[in-house]
Ligand binder design. Structure first.
Ligand code: BDP
Length: 715
C-alpha cells in the first residue's frame, strides 16, 4: 500500500513540467531563473567575474544585484574581484572611482546624472564588459540593464549601449493612509507599516526599492493625496526618514502629500492663508524640520480645493499663491512642489471637463520655478479612455507633469487583465498641435520650460499582497509605468514583450501569446465598459461594476447620466460649440478634428458629440448597432484571452496559472455584467431592438439596478 502510494507520487511528479515549480509572484520581473542550455553555452565565457569600482551603498547594491542575477541565471557562482583578472569580467563604476574606467575615456558627458553606458572593452588585456556612468546611481541602472539583456536572452558580447532618462522626476504616488488603508488599492494593505517604523526595516522595503531602481523610478510619494496632516508631525517624520534611508542607495527620493490646512491642524494657527506671514513661517519651519531628517527630501504633492480638500481658494487666493508659498519653503533645500490640476467644483455649473483648464490656464507664468503642475492624462478622471487633457500645450511657461493611474480603479481592479502600456502610449503619442504638428504630449512633458524640471507620476498599484499588485498581470503596469517614465516614447509592445520574458517564460510561444493578449486587453475593457467615447459609467463610490442609470448623487458630475446624456433621441455629451464648447480648449487643428462628425475618431464620438440612436457611423451602420457590437466585442475579447491563456497551461507554473485562470473567469463574468446592464439601460432609452445575432440581456433593467456590491475594495 505504502509502496503504491509512493509510486503514485513519483509518477505524478514526473508529469509536472520543468517550469512548474511553485512561484508566488514575489520576485516580480527580477526572477533570475536559470537560462536554458543554449543560452548557458552562449554566456559560458561571459560574466565570469564581478568587479566593483567603489564602495558606496549604491555600488554595493549593484554588486549584490549582479551576483544574485548572474548566479541565478547562469546557475554557477560568479567570483567577485577588486580588479579585472579574467576574460568575461564585468567591471562597473564611475571614472572617479576607477582608474581602469577613467582610462577607457568613455563618452559619459551626455549621459547626465542618471544615464549609463555599457560597452564590451579590453581591460588589462582581458575581454570585459564595462558598466559606467557619471554617478553611482547611473551605474546601478546600468547593472539592471545588463541583467535585463540576459533576462531577455540577448547577446552580451559586442555591446555598445548608452541610455539616459528623458524625464527628471519619475515618481510613484502612493494613495496610502496612515492606518494602512490604500485608497483605490486592490493589493492588500499599504507596504508602509507605520506602526513598526522607524525601528523595524521590513526587507520588503528594500525589495520595493530594487524593483523601482530596475526600471528607473526615482521618487515615491508615501501618502495619499487626500492627506492626513499628521504625516508632518515629528513622530511620523522619523518614520519617513527611516524609509528615505532605505531607499537612498537605490536613487529613490521620498516626497509627501500635504494637507493645505496643516498649519491650523498642527500649528494651532487660525488660518492657512498662503499670504499670511505666520503661515509662511510655519511651512518654512516645517521644511527645515523635514530636511534635518531627510537631507535629500524630494518635496510636496498637493491636492488643493478639489473634492473637499482645503486650499488657497478658501482664502480667495489662487493655486499659484498656494503653490508658491510651499515652493518658497522648499526652495532653499532644493525641493519641489507638485501641484495637482485635478480640480472641479460643485459650485461651477460648467462642464467638468473644462474646469481644470479654466482655472489653470490663466495662471501660466505665475508659478515659482520649483513648481510643476501635475495634470491627469485626460480632462475627467482616469477613465478607460479619454482624449488627452487640454492643458497639455496650453501652459507654455509652466512645467507640466503627467499623472497616470497605475492602480486600475476604473479598469476592473486587480482581477481584470488590462495592460495599460497601450493606454498611456495613446496619451503620450497624442498630437496636441500646440506648437505645430508633432507636438505630442510626450514631447511637451519632456520640456521643462526653462526650469530643467520634468516629470511623470503614476498612482501606485502596490500593496502588501505577496505578489505586490494583487495580480500577476498588474505587475506589468508598474513595470510599464517605469519604462515609459524613463522614455515616454518607448513602445508599449516592446515593454510588454520584455516584461513577459522576464516574468513568465523565455519560450517564444509563451512570449508571443502573452504579449498579444496584453496588447489587446485594454481595448477589450473599453469595449465592454465604455465604448465609443462614453465615460464614468461605473457604480457609485467604489466604482466596481456598471451604473449608467445613476442620477441621484449630490453633485451632478458624480452621476453617470451626466456623462452619457442618454434620452429618447440619442446619447453622448455635446462638447462642440453647440454644447459646452470644451472643444475650444484644444488647438485649432485638434478642435476641428474632434469637433466635426466627419472627422472625429469613433473612439471619441460620444465624448464630444450627442448623436441620435439612428446616427449613421462611418461604417454605414447605426450608432445603436455599433454600440451593441462594441459591448459584445469586449465580452468576446475576454473569452479570447481565456482561450489563449488556457493554451499556455503546460508552460506556466501551476500557482500563477490557476490564479490567472480564475481572474479571467471573473473578468468574463464582469464583462457580461457590464454588457448586459449597459444594454438594458440604453435600450430603455432607445427603445430599439438589438441587431440580428446579438442576444437580449437575460434580465430586465430592474435586476441590474438592484445589484449592489457594498464591500468592493479600495474605497
Ligand atoms: C479619483 C478617485 C479618488 C481620488 C481622486 C484624485 O476616485 O479616490 O482621490 O481621483 O485623484 O479618481 O484626487
Amino acid at each position: 500500500m505504502r509502496l503504491l502510494r509512493l509510486f503514485i507520487i513519483i509518477a505524478v511528479l514526473a508529469l509536472v513540467p520543468h517550469t512548474a515549480q511553485a512561484e508566488d509572484g514575489y520576485d516580480l520581473w527580477l526572477r533570475y531563473q536559470p537560462v536554458g542550455q543554449q543560452w548557458r553555452d552562449r554566456y559560458a565565457s561571459a560574466a565570469t567575474q564581478i568587479v566593483a569600482a567603489g564602495d558606496s551603498p549604491t555600488i554595493r547594491a549593484a554588486a549584490s544585484e549582479l551576483s544574485r542575477g548572474l548566479g541565478g541565471m547562469l546557475g554557477r557562482g560568479v567570483a567577485t574581484a577588486s580588479a579585472v583578472t579574467r576574460d568575461g569580467a564585468v567591471l562597473f563604476g564611475t571614472p572617479a572611482t576607477s582608474a581602469a574606467i577613467a582610462a577607457l575615456d568613455l563618452p559619459l558627458a551626455p549621459l547626465g546624472d542618471e544615464g549609463y553606458l555599457i560597452r564590451s572593452v579590453d581591460v588589462d588585456g582581458h575581454r570585459a564588459t564595462v558598466i559606467a556612468a557619471n554617478s553611482d546611481i547611473g551605474v546601478l541602472y546600468g547593472a539592471f540593464r545588463f541583467l535585463k539583456l540576459m533576462q531577455t536572452r540577448q547577446p552580451i558580447d559586442g555591446l555598445d549601449i548608452s541610455d539616459a532618462p528623458k524625464l527628471k522626476l519619475r515618481v510613484l504616488d502612493h494613495w496610502d493612509n496612515l492606518d494602512r488603508h490604500v485608497e483605490r488599492g486592490y493589493a492588500g494593505l499599504s507596504l508602509w507599516d507605520w506602526f513598526t517604523l522607524p525601528q523595524w526595516h521590513n526587507p520588503r522595503y528594500t525589495d520595493y526599492a530594487r524593483a523601482n531602481a530596475s526600471i528607473g523610478i526615482n521618487g515615491a510619494v508615501l501618502n495619499n493625496v487626500n492627506a492626513q496632516a499628521e504625516i508632518l508631525t515629528p513622530r511620523y517624520l522619523d518614520k519617513v526618514a527611516a524609509l528615505a534611508d532605505i531607499f537612498r542607495p537605490y536613487g529613490i527620493k521620498v516626497y509627501l502629500s500635504v494637507k493645505f490646512s496643516a498649519p491650523i491642524a498642527l500649528g494651532g494657527l487660525k488660518t492657512a492663508d498662503p499670504l499670511d506671514p505666520k503661515v509662511r513661517a510655519w511651512w518654512q519651519a516645517k521644511a527645515d524640520q523635514i530636511y534635518a531628517r531627510v537631507p535629500d527630501f524630494g518635496g510636496f504633492l498637493v491636492k488643493a480645493n478639489s473634492e473637499g480638500q482645503p486650499g488657497p481658494q478658501d482664502y480667495h487666493r489662487t493655486h499659484a499663491d498656494g503653490a508658491n508659498m510651499l515652493a518658497a519653503a522648499l526652495k532653499p533645500h532644493g525641493g519641489v512642489v507638485m501641484w495637482r490640476a485635478f480640480v472641479y467644483s460643485q459650485h461651477d455649473s460648467e462642464d467638468r471637463a473644462k474646469q481644470a483648464y479654466n482655472e489653470f490656464k490663466p495662471l501660466d507664468g505665475k508659478f515659482a520655478d520649483n513648481v510643476l503642475v501635475q495634470v491627469k492624462n485626460g480632462p475627467i478622471d482616469f477613465q478607460p479612455r479619454e482624449p488627452f487633457h487640454p492643458l497639455f500645450g496650453a501652459m507654455p511657461k509652466t512645467p507640466l507633469m503627467l499623472e497616470l493611474q497605475v492602480t486600475k480603479e476604473y479598469l476592473g481592479f486587480n482581477t481584470h487583465l488590462a495592460y495599460l502600456g497601450t493606454m498611456w502610449a495613446e496619451t503620450l503619442d497624442a498630437d496636441t498641435h500646440a506648437h505645430g504638428p508633432g507636438t505630442t504630449v510626450a514631447r511637451l512633458i519632456e520640456n521643462g520650460k526653462g526650469t530643467g524640471l520634468t516629470g511623470i507620476a503614476g498612482v501606485a498599484n502596490i500593496g502588501n499582497d505577496r505578489n505586490w499588485t494583487g495580480s500577476e498581470f498588474d505587475q506589468a503596469n508598474w513595470y510599464a509605468f517605469g519604462r515609459l517614465a524613463w522614455n515616454p516614447q518607448a513602445s508599449a509592445e516592446h515593454i510588454a514583450r520584455d516584461w513577459t520574458r522576464m516574468t513568465w517564460s523565455e519560450r517564444p510561444q509563451v512570449v508571443d501569446t502573452i504579449t498579444a493578449m496584453m496588447m489587446r486587453s485594454r481595448e477589450a475593457v473599453v469595449d465592454y465598459m465604455t465604448p465609443l467615447g462614453l465615460a464614468h459609467q461605473m457604480a457609485t463610490g467604489h466604482h466596481h461594476g456598471p451604473g449608467p442609470w445613476v442620477s441621484n448623487l449630490g453633485r451632478p458630475e458624480w452621476n453617470p447620466v451626466y456623462y452619457n446624456r442618454a434620452d429618447g433621441n440619442g446619447i453622448g455629451f455635446d462638447r462642440t460649440a453647440s454644447g459646452s464648447d470644451a472643444i475650444a480648449q484644444y488647438a485649432p487643428p485638434v478642435a476641428a478634428e474632434f469637433g466635426s462628425l466627419k472627422t472625429v475618431p469613433d473612439k471619441y464620438l460620444l465624448w464630444f458629440h450627442h448623436v441620435p440612436w439612428t446616427y449613421r457611423m462611418k461604417s454605414g451602420e447605426t450608432l445603436w448597432d455599433a454600440l451593441i457590437e462594441h459591448y459584445d466585442r469586449g465580452v468576446q475579447a475576454v473569452a479570447g484571452l481565456q482561450r489563449d491563456w488556457a493554451s499556455l497551461a503546460p508552460f506556466i507554473d501551476k500557482r500563477r496559472f490557476d490564479e490567472e485562470t480564475a481572474f479571467l473567469e471573473i473578468q468574463h463574468q464582469d464583462a457580461l455584467w457590464w454588457r448586459n446592464a449597459s444594454i438594458a439601460y440604453f435600450q430603455s432609452k432607445s427603445q430599439l431592438p438589438l441587431p440580428a445575432g446579438h442576444a437580449e440581456p437575460p434580465h430586465d433593467l430592474d435586476y441590474y439596478e438592484a445589484i449592489k456590491t457594498p464591500y468592493a475594495p479600495g474605497q
